[in-house]
Design a binder for this molecule. Structure first.
Ligand SMILES: Nc1ncnc2c1ncn2[C@@H]1O[C@H](COP(=O)(O)OP(=O)(O)OP(=O)(O)O)[C@@H](O)[C@H]1O
Length: 274
């Protein structure tokens, strides 16, 4: 897991006289579950948008973002160059699927559209691939789902569809910005289990942005803690939990009693089962 798929070096983002992101450096390895955490407004989403080349023009960006051993700095790419990367090499799952799914197109047609942009494929084969992907997303009735419109499905179903759509192109890096926000606990777990399953299956790296430390505790390999536009600590999950170097990191975990409770339960279970 050591080779870097994404290398962010001295990234700064400024808007007028506000420094939104200050001198961020981190890297994400192949097959790594990398969690970016921090309080509201600290700059997590803006950072992910910079990695996706989706910042507004008014933002002033400096630094280097390299993907998959390519020497081209992502922040210097033109929109035409981005079209070969966005969605294809870097997938993205939005916080609100309703913003990403077209309300007037069926799920099947939206998925077929992605496949047809991707490769020359016969309609029958494309349909089969869409159904297969829906089956993989644990929909036992892919024909019904493919002919449904997003507004006919629940939020949890649409989020699973979003994941399935982003995986159709087998990206090397998947960015998931609060993918479980607004879902009930059962759907949160389904979405997370699917992310874990596909990360293993496709050897993807995942950048997960979340406030939910219980989730981080469940899945992270590495955790980066952001505060006021800066990354103040990056470390393996076990270090963040057991030996954080920053007082803020410790405070962040302490503010989440549930995270501690689960951790303590797991640890006591591990001790008991030795
Ligand atoms: N389009 C924009 N124009 C101006 N300021 C913005 C814009 N987008 C974000 N900001 C500002 O940049 C800062 C960081 O925002 P960002 O959305 O990255 O925070 P975040 O850590 O993702 O927060 P949350 O966890 O609530 O999603 C905030 O102060 C926000 O107000």
């Amino acid at each position: 897991m050591d080779e870097a798929i994404l290398d962010v070096d001295h990234l700064s983002i400024r808007l007028d006289d506000q420094l939104i992101v200050n001198n961020l450096s981190f890297h994400i390895c192949r097959n790594e579950f990398f969690c970016l955490v921090g309080e509201t407004g600290c700059g997590k989403t803006i950072t992910s948008r910079a990695i996706m080349g989706l910042l507004e023009r008014k933002m002033d960006v400096h630094g280097t973002i390299l993907l998959d051993n390519d020497s081209n700095n992502l922040i210097e790419l033109t929109e035409k160059e981005w079209r070969k990367i966005r969605g294809k090499k870097i997938g993205f799952i939005y916080q609100q699927p309703s913003l990403a799914l077209h309300p007037m197109l069926t799920i099947g047609n939206q998925m077929l559209g992605i496949l047809k942009n991707e490769k020359v494929i016969k309609r029958k084969e494309a349909r089969e691939e869409v159904h297969q992907q829906l089956l993989e997303m644990n929909f036992s009735n892919p024909e019904v789902i493919a002919s449904a419109y997003p507004w006919q499905l629940s939020g949890g179903m649409n989020q699973r569809i979003m994941i399935g759509m982003s995986l159709l192109r087998k990206p090397r890096l998947l960015i998931a910005d609060e993918p479980t926000t607004g879902l009930d606990t059962i759907n949160q777990q389904i979405v997370i289990r699917q992310l874990i399953k596909f990360q293993e299956k496709y050897k993807m790296s995942i950048l997960l942005i979340t406030h939910d430390l219980r989730l981080v505790n469940q899945i992270a390999d590495t955790v980066a803690v952001m505060k006021n536009g800066e990354i103040i600590e990056v470390a393996p999950l076990s270090t963040i939990k057991n030996n954080p170097q920053q007082y803020y990191t410790k405070k962040l975990w302490n503010m989440m009693p549930d995270a501690w409770n689960i951790m303590m339960r797991e640890e006591s279970y591990a001790i008991r089962s030795k």
